[in-house]
Design a protein around this ligand. Structure first.
Ligand code: ATP
Ligand code: MG
Ligand code: FE
Length: 351
């Protein structure tokens, strides 16, 4: 069965082609156009620009896939589209595009939760590793959460951030340091040149059996430290590198400690780790090392599938369909769509 996935929840327009070949869901093509440089000067996403860019870029991506031979519309059988969470305006563009295409081709559209895309992204092209229950860790620009995954659309919250997401903390600290958006890759680049033990920043909510996260105190600690040592930032490059390394190390420790504690506490021998922040080499390394020591298997999404992409959306559609998830009909986008909102375990055909 041939699927495409469409993702437009934030500032990435993305389409991917997934084909179920002999029971395995294979990514045939995955393309993305990011709007990050366009929004950069505004320090956040400007919805009007995002809408215009998605409207322009989704047809470009589709045409490119057709002309390069990776997509044959005559053979396309289903569309998976991100239904939320995300920016209402951005979601509507992807959904209208998906519905228009589906109407023209007479095929169904399935609405996918963006976070379940992240949650299952470590299993892309590693489906043989998929087994329930597992511990899902998502660390992205808008979310930091731990969930027990008992099956498709059967998710139970273990913990989440009570304030900023980890990616948001990377972006805010980068801004304080005069680095550009998105801050994660910038901080990682400079951290490689710094000493992770140069400064001690606070770990938060570390008491036993607290699986929630908090990153706003960490950001404030960096802010206060910088206010006291402002001149150093401009005089000494090593000072910048050391802050980046120390901040990154603190985030890595928080994520590692919470995740391993949750896996042990809920007896979950498999962790799926995904989201933009888990593209970070040091964070992956520390979590992997501790998990190995405890005999827990951790699967990270491939780096290219950590940040927003459509392969994960198409993959979830194809996977759930193949697993025989029942299908219902509905028709909506949901900017606040929570992972824990599924009332019945169904695939939603929105055509
Ligand atoms: P959500 O999925 O929660 O709706 P989002 O889709 O915007 O949010 P992602 O695309 O998964 O989030 O991740 C983007 C975030 O990841 C940004 O905050 C960015 O700074 C961070 N990030 C990207 N690469 C790295 C890296 N190498 N190290 C740390 N953080 C990173
Ligand atoms: Mg993004
Ligand atoms: Fe995302």
């Amino acid at each position: 069965m041939l699927w495409i996935g469409i993702e437009s929840s934030c500032d990435e327009s993305a389409i991917a082609v997934v084909e179920n070949i002999g029971g395995k869901n294979v990514i045939m093509d995955s393309r993305c156009i990011t709007q990050a440089p366009l929004h950069k000067p505004f320090g956040g996403i400007v919805p009007e620009f995002a809408v215009r860019e998605h409207s322009k870029n989704l047809p470009i991506l589709l045409k490119d896939m057709i002309s390069s031979g990776s997509l044959n519309l005559e053979k396309l059988q289903a569309i998976a589209v991100t239904e939320g969470p995300g920016l209402m305006a951005s979601l509507l563009v992807g959904n209208s595009f998906a519905r228009g295409l589906a109407l023209g081709l007479g095929i169904p559209v399935f609405g996918i939760n963006h976070l379940e895309g992240h949650l299952f992204s470590p299993f892309i092209e590693r489906e043989q590793k998929l087994r329930f229950p597992f511990l899902g860790l998502i660390v992205s620009g808008g979310h930091t959460l731990l969930a027990r995954v008992d099956g498709p659309r059967d998710y139970h919250k273990i913990g989440s951030t009570i304030d900023d997401a980890a990616g948001e903390a990377f972006d805010k600290v980068a801004r304080l340091l005069g680095l550009s958006y998105p801050g994660g890759p910038e901080i990682e680049k400079y951290a490689q040149l710094g000493n992770p033990h140069a400064h001690t920043f606070p770990l938060s909510l570390m008491e036993k059996n607290n699986f929630n996260f908090s990153f706003s105190g960490l950001k404030t600690a960096v802010k206060i430290f910088l206010e006291k040592n402002k001149a150093m930032l401009y005089q000494n490059q090593q000072f910048l590198f050391d802050i980046c390394a120390s901040f990154q190390e603190t985030v890595a420790k928080i994520i590692e400690q919470k995740t391993i504690a949750a896996a042990q506490s809920f007896s979950l021998p498999l962790i799926s780790a995904s989201g933009g922040v888990l593209a970070n080499k040091r964070i992956r390394e520390l979590l992997e090392k501790k998990a190995f020591e405890k005999g827990i298997e951790v699967l990270f999404a491939e780096k290219k599938f950590c940040t927003d992409n459509a392969a994960m959306i198409a993959f979830v559609g194809a996977l759930f369909y193949a697993l025989g998830l029942p299908i219902t009909k509905s028709f909506d986008v949901n900017p606040n769509f929570s992972l824990f909102d599924f009332k019945t375990e169904t695939m939603i055909n929105r055509f």
